[in-house]
Design a protein around this ligand. Structure first.
Ligand code: NAI
Length: 496
């Protein structure tokens, strides 16, 4: 047993999984060590959700002025000052990171900056953890939560050089100050589409290459179709079914070579090729888990393509007393910041309940209701299952749909694009999913997520008074439309 400080819980990684778990554990009275190799807040705060949303806010303002300024009687020229937008983004990040530091201090958590590695130990004697970096030391903890997250996925043939061929980390670096004339984006998933919207608005000619036959293929096809219309209106060139074979930095730009995605792997060499050129390239093809060199092999904790195997209900690994949460864990849930935070709650409860003496009981995860958001313009929000999934599951579905253009508040604000779609089980009338594209879509989905979490029916939502005039009436109208009873939509009730 080392003479190092002993903690109830040590947490590796201070992203939305780790920093949240650290605060939660302290709230229950635990002595907590939070270990971070880079910045508090992790990817989400420093290179992900937050900086993109700050840049998105600049793009959104430009689009609002361009699209509505004149008709709203506000004449001004929306010219981008990119340096200023980046400075604002950096300040937003800085303030939030400082806020996280303030929270840890307020809860008397010890924050160690350095690379954490579990050296060994067990659930009875605790675990030794080395920290190398600014705060080099060794600590001991009774329980460990791994929350080391993920990083942009790399493919050798894409030659990511961080100069012209970039990841989202590079573009969101505080010093990145280029608006490429032509930006090639590989991967039309969440990150690809969010950056396409931002940079096309900032003036880049955006060319996207996507392997699948549709962008953000996880979303409801009707929603994707609506998004594609908007991407086209921004002059974004979307090329689907593209197998990107290589990307090169040509010195003065980038060049990607592709073939049709339907070509079998062993015939790629002889297949007909297409070439795409641009000034810079963003590779956004998913994320790789950060599970190397943290002591897993020595402890006998297995990974599957980098994802740490856990008991998906408790978040505990095969080694009792060590838990893994967030992107790094093989949870079966989407790699989202709010999933990581949620898993943090479960891991902390199980870690402290196992230790005993803390006012918390064991918890198990439930991923039935995980809202997801995409900050394109318009925004996208979704929760629960899609129509295709319902069909595959053999659920008889009743669907309600309401368009923003029929809503008073949306018209006043010029937010007439998009719709909200609610799915209910035809037998029980319980809400089983919703998809929305349009103004405040992620906020609208929050109400539906709460309703689903508590097993509510569309009637429960329909009988709830929604303030007028608000965008939240979209939820009311779409719920009422399930049986043809939306007031501001023509049509007959389906039970007549
Ligand atoms: P993603 O999984 O959303 O999309 C990657 C896309 O790249 C897919 O459409 C895939 O088919 C395509 N792709 C993969 N390999 C390819 C290849 N070789 N050539 C062409 N296309 C290829 O991953 P993304 O966009 O990198 O996002 C990573 C994670 O971050 C996701 O889990 C996402 O949910 C999360 N995220 C969440 C945000 C939010 O909540 N608003 C914002 C940004 C990211």
């Amino acid at each position: 047993m080392s003479e190092s400080v002993e903690y109830d819980v040590a947490i590796l990684g201070a992203g939305p999984g780790g920093y949240h778990a650290a605060v939660r554990a302290a709230q229950y009275g635990a002595k907590v060590a939070l270990i971070e190799k880079a910045n508090l807040g992790g990817t989400c705060l420093n290179w992900g959700c937050i900086p993109t949303k700050a840049l998105y806010a600049s793009a959104d303002l430009i689009q609002t002025i361009r699209e509505h300024g004149e008709s709203f009687g506000v004449n001004c020229d929306a010219k981008l000052n990119f340096a200023k937008a980046v400075e604002r983004k950096n300040n937003v990040v800085k303030e939030l990171v400082e806020g996280i530091a303030g929270l840890q201090k307020a809860w008397k958590n010890d924050v160690y900056f350095g690379y954490g590695k579990i050296l060994g130990g067990n659930v009875n004697e605790g675990f030794d953890i080395s920290i190398e970096g600014k705060d080099t030391t060794t600590i001991k903890a009774k329980r460990v939560i791994i929350a080391t997250g993920s990083s942009p996925a790399m493919i050798p043939a894409f030659n990511i050089d961080h100069e012209r061929i970039l990841t989202s980390d590079d573009i969101l670096d505080p010093k990145f100050n280029i608006i490429p004339k032509r930006l090639l984006i590989i991967g039309a998933g969440v990150i690809g589409c969010e950056f396409a919207n931002i940079f096309a608005t900032f003036g880049s000619k955006v060319i996207m290459l996507e392997y699948l036959s549709s962008p953000i293929a996880t979303e409801e096809p009707m929603v994707v179709k609506e998004l594609q219309k908007k991407l086209e209106s921004l002059d974004i060139e979307l090329n689907v079914s593209q197998n990107v074979l290589s990307v090169e930095n040509t010195g003065s730009g980038v060049k990607a070579t592709t073939c049709d995605a339907s070509v079998p792997r062993d015939q790629v060499e002889s297949a007909e090729k297409s070439y795409f050129e641009a000034d810079y390239c963003l590779v956004s093809i998913g994320r790789a888990r950060e599970s190397k060199d943290i002591g897993l092999e020595e402890l006998g904790i297995e990974t599957n393509r980098g994802a740490i195997n856990i008991d998906t209900k408790t978040t505990e690994t095969a080694v009792k007393g060590i838990f893994a949460i967030g992107d790094v864990a093989a949870s079966g849930a989407p790699m989202l910041a709010h999933v990581a935070s949620y898993m943090g709650d479960v891991a902390v409860a199980n870690a402290l309940a196992g230790l005993g003496g803390f006012p918390v009981e064991e918890k198990t995860t439930d991923y039935k209701v995980v809202p997801a958001t995409i900050f394109t313009n318009p925004n996208i929000g979704s929760v629960g299952i899609r129509r295709k999934q319902a069909k595959d599951l053999g659920i008889d579905v009743a669907m309600g749909r309401f368009a923003y253009t029929s809503l008073g508040k949306a018209k006043c604000a010029g937010h007439e694009e998009g719709f909200l779609l609610i799915l209910a089980d035809k037998d029980t009338h319980k809400i089983i999913g919703a998809s929305c594209i349009g103004a405040e879509a992620p906020e609208l989905i929050a109400e539906i997520a709460l309703a689903m979490q508590h097993g509510l029916t569309i009637h429960d939502v329909g009988e709830t008074i929604h303030s007028h005039p608000t965008i939240s009436e979209m939820v009311l109208e779409a719920a009422e439309d399930v049986f043809g009873m939306a007031i501001h939509k023509k049509g007959r009730p389906s039970f007549h």
